[in-house]
Design a protein. Structure first.
Length: 575
């Protein structure tokens, strides 16, 4: 039912109201809008649809469904698309330098589209790793009523009677390169054709599904909206509901910064730890916090991780995929047991217009499901992700411990400047059991672009060496990475951090129980090496990647490229 909207405080008044906006309105009439449509709030429906990868191919369908929900809520939807760089395709070559940069471009492009056309609210539909935090960063930056919608995960492939994901293919490459009798080229070819059976993002608790859980836990997405796989047409009901929900937010005035408080960020970090989620969350949560004036760096994230039990038995450290998590009750079921143990902030508001405590009132704990363990019987008493500090990482580092057999490692450094050199050594088995492989100059500035190292880590695991070596980098790891792999080491090598000063044979000790990472060198020895150190020049002297490298901040603060809330002169929503 149509209502009369007061546009006197809505951004779209600048393009729809008064005689002087007749030229602007003429464009809307050209697109088939009626006078009534123009008088309603304008809702940007941003999707990351493209044909780059299956993560994104179902997003246009869902964006159209969102628009139907906006119309049902008496709004006028305005659909537009932004980019994605899909990590699974960018992985293992120069294309990966574009990945983290794309998070900033996504946030910036959504912001510019919203600002340029004076839209009143935003629904963001995203499917692939960096597009999720990028979309949520834009919501927090703009602070117009907003709802996030995950496009859904891929169904698992079936190979030799087992569920498989793209991670199995990456690891199979390592097994094939190692000459494993169990991974012939014919078998590898058969696996690659079946591992990804259709639409949707990677099925394990990798970065996309981790950040999808974050979107619910932090309150920006409808509860359970992340649960269903992308191919399920039932997902469209969540898309319609998201459109209706954003219109309710326009009416009530509830905004993203009202929802994403410091306590909400803690809820998000709790869910990452409880699900054994991607270490990339420790990069994206600080970046989101930067947009809204919440102090939430890597250290704050790690403090939450340390006190959170590991509860969800999900790949890559566990046994189940996202589809199974959804069928077990998804994020609300996980939040239920966390709430019963007093571990979440139940008063945090969500886009339902209700608090998490209210949202959980009708959720009943399901004793029959096998994916989510109760807090009383966790997989482990502390979270699946751990922060590390020490002489090798004064600004911190991070490791996923979910599924690890041992939490301490000491060994000699084997140093590589860039991933390619390390990957070549791994594929030719030019390394030893007990080595600590160090990949440096892959940080946000030095890479540039802070590449993920899944090709290398998967090759190690495919050679059955995942428990026999450690890998350390100032770059990132995929959410699909498993093994003793430490990323985000800071300061990065390009800034003269200790990781840029170590040499082959230096002894490194990592302890994920005490949260330490140290190189066995004295401060004087490190300082002496620093005097002889010179920065490494990259090949990127122009273009988007150069601009990112010039502007980007440290990983422990989210690797962001602008001051965020601290530099804000006005909020877009209040123009």
């Amino acid at each position: 039912m149509s209502k009369t909207w007061d546009k006197s405080r809505l951004p779209s008044r600048h393009v729809t109201e008064g005689p002087e906006r007749a030229p602007h309105r003429s464009y809307y009439y050209a697109m088939g809008l009626s006078t009534k449509d123009i008088k309603k709030p304008f809702v940007g429906v941003a999707s990351c649809w493209n044909e780059a990868a299956p993560c994104n191919t179902a997003l246009m369908r869902q964006a159209h469904a969102v628009s139907e929900g906006v119309k049902a809520g008496d709004g006028t939807p305005r659909e537009f698309c932004t980019i994605t760089v899909t990590d699974g395709i960018a992985m293992g070559h120069e294309g990966m330098r574009s990945s983290l940069v794309s998070r900033e471009v996504i946030a910036d492009s959504v912001e510019l589209t919203m600002r340029g056309h004076s839209y009143d609210a935003l629904v963001g539909v995203a499917g692939c790793d960096k597009s999720l935090p990028g979309m949520m960063m834009a919501m927090l930056r703009l602070n117009v009523p907003s709802v996030f919608l995950y496009g859904g995960s891929i169904m698992p492939g079936q190979f030799e009677g087992k569920d498989v994901t793209v991670l199995d293919v990456f690891e199979a490459v390592g097994a094939h390169a190692a000459g494993s009798q169990g991974m012939s080229e014919e078998k590898l070819t058969a696996l690659e054709k079946i591992a990804c059976p259709g639409d949707g993002a990677c099925g394990g608790q990798f970065t996309a599904n981790t950040m999808a859980c974050v979107s619910e836990a932090i309150g920006l997405a409808l509860p359970l909206s992340s649960a269903l796989p992308a191919p399920y047409l039932d997902r469209d009901a969540y898309a319609v509901a998201s459109g209706e929900a954003v219109m309710a937010l326009v009416a009530s005035g509830l905004r993203p910064r009202d929802i994403c408080t410091r306590e909400a960020f803690e809820n998000a970090a709790i869910v990452v730890a409880a699900t054994g989620g991607s270490t990339n969350a420790a990069l994206h949560l600080p970046a989101m916090a930067n947009e809204c004036g919440v102090e939430f760096t890597l250290r704050h994230v790690a403090e939450v991780f340390q006190r959170t039990p590991y509860l969800a038995d999900l790949k890559p450290g566990g046994n189940y995929v996202a589809k199974d998590m959804g069928e077990a009750g998804g994020v609300p079921m996980l939040m239920k047991t966390l709430d019963e143990a007093g571990l979440i902030h139940r008063d945090c508001m969500t886009v339902t217009g209700k608090s998490w405590g209210d949202n959980l009132e009708d959720v009943k704990w399901d004793e029959t499901q096998k994916v989510i363990y109760p807090v009383s019987n966790p997989l482990s008493p502390t979270g699946g992700v751990v922060g590390l500090w020490g002489t090798l990482a004064p600004d911190g580092a991070i490791v996923k411990v979910a599924g690890l057999k041992k939490l301490q490692f000491t060994g000699p450094a084997r140093v590589f400047d860039g991933e390619a050199a390390c990957f070549e050594a791994v594929t030719t088995r030019d390394y030893n059991s007990g080595d600590v492989l160090v990949i440096r100059y892959e940080g946000p500035k030095g890479g540039p672009g802070m590449r993920e190292m899944l090709s290398t880590t998967a090759a190690i695991y495919g050679q059955d060496m995942g428990d026999d070596v450690a890998l350390i980098t100032d770059g990132r790891f995929s959410g699909a990475t498993r093994g003793f792999c430490i990323g985000h080491v800071g300061p990065e090598a390009a800034d003269g951090g200790p990781i840029g000063l170590i040499e082959d044979g230096d002894i490194i000790t990592i302890d994920a129980e005490t949260g330490t990472i140290d190189v066995h060198l004295t401060p004087a020895e490190l300082e002496d090496r620093k005097r002889n150190w010179t920065p490494r020049k990259t090949l990127y002297g122009s273009g988007a990647i150069e601009k990112f490298a010039r502007l980007v901040g440290p990983a422990h603060e989210g690797a962001v490229t602008h001051p965020g809330f601290s530099g804000e002169g006005h909020v877009y929503a209040d123009i």
